[in-house]
Design a protein around this ligand. Sequence first.
Ligand code: ZN
Length: 308
Amino acid sequence: MNHRILRCCVIGSACALVAAGVLEAKLRVVSTLQDFAAIAQAIGGDRVDTFALAKGYQDPHYVDAKPSLVLHLSRADLLIVAGLELEIGYLPPLIDQSRNSKIHPGNAAYLDASIGCEILSIPTQKITRAMGDVHPSGNPHYWTDPENGRIIARTIAAKLAAIDPKGTETYRENLSAFDTTLDAKLVEWQVKFKPFAGTKVVTFHDSWPNFAKHFGLEIVGNVEPKPGIPPTPSHTLEIINRIQAQHVPVILVEPYFDTKTPKSIAARTGATVVTLYPSVGGIPEIKTYFDLFDTDLDLLVRALGGVS
Ligand SMILES: [Zn+2]
């Protein structure tokens, strides 16, 4: 029996529906990030069920490899990953343990969402361990630019149609609706944030170059001395000096980092610590990809003294 047809018929009428092809199981889409799950749900509608391995309030580089995640992967019809080595610390063993050959890198049900996206900070020099957790293919936090979100939606729609040709029309219509909403939101966000373009910020981790480029923020430093390396006293002092010299008003912190150092920097400089959410699910209110930017821009505008 086709894997998309319900396998277990407990009630006779359900059996009849399955036999008639009326009742089809949904396509099981597993993603590493909640952002991709949200976009896949928007495109797939009621033809898909989505599940994210990393929740939006967790550090996306490090996911606790629980057996329940292996179970989700073992049943997945599609796996969507950020790629660019974001998941290198946890995903390869989970894929191996799932014994689901379809979702292995390079196979039909494995989708790297970075394809076609604008990727920043691609290193031009040889990577060494001394540089910290630098990703050799560029910064993997690219979904924080909504124009990349548009590309990701297109890539997901094409992949869903390839796996489930019967849904092609649904995916095409939902992609068109996603694009229309995004176009309207881009105008709204630009108007809202325009007065703050050029604002200098310090961020905890190097999660925001795509976001900063799109919305016109200038990142002058990170609290982490190198990606993935906890703050050190000498680097913290350098950041304090930079904030004072350049009058940086805010320090942006992802929700999964300790705010002790950012708060001590704020106390020394007068800058404001703002928790900014890099992903859908960072707080329960951020349910869709559009909610993510609505929430983050409101938080920034409020912190910068505007009316959100
Ligand atoms: Zn990172």
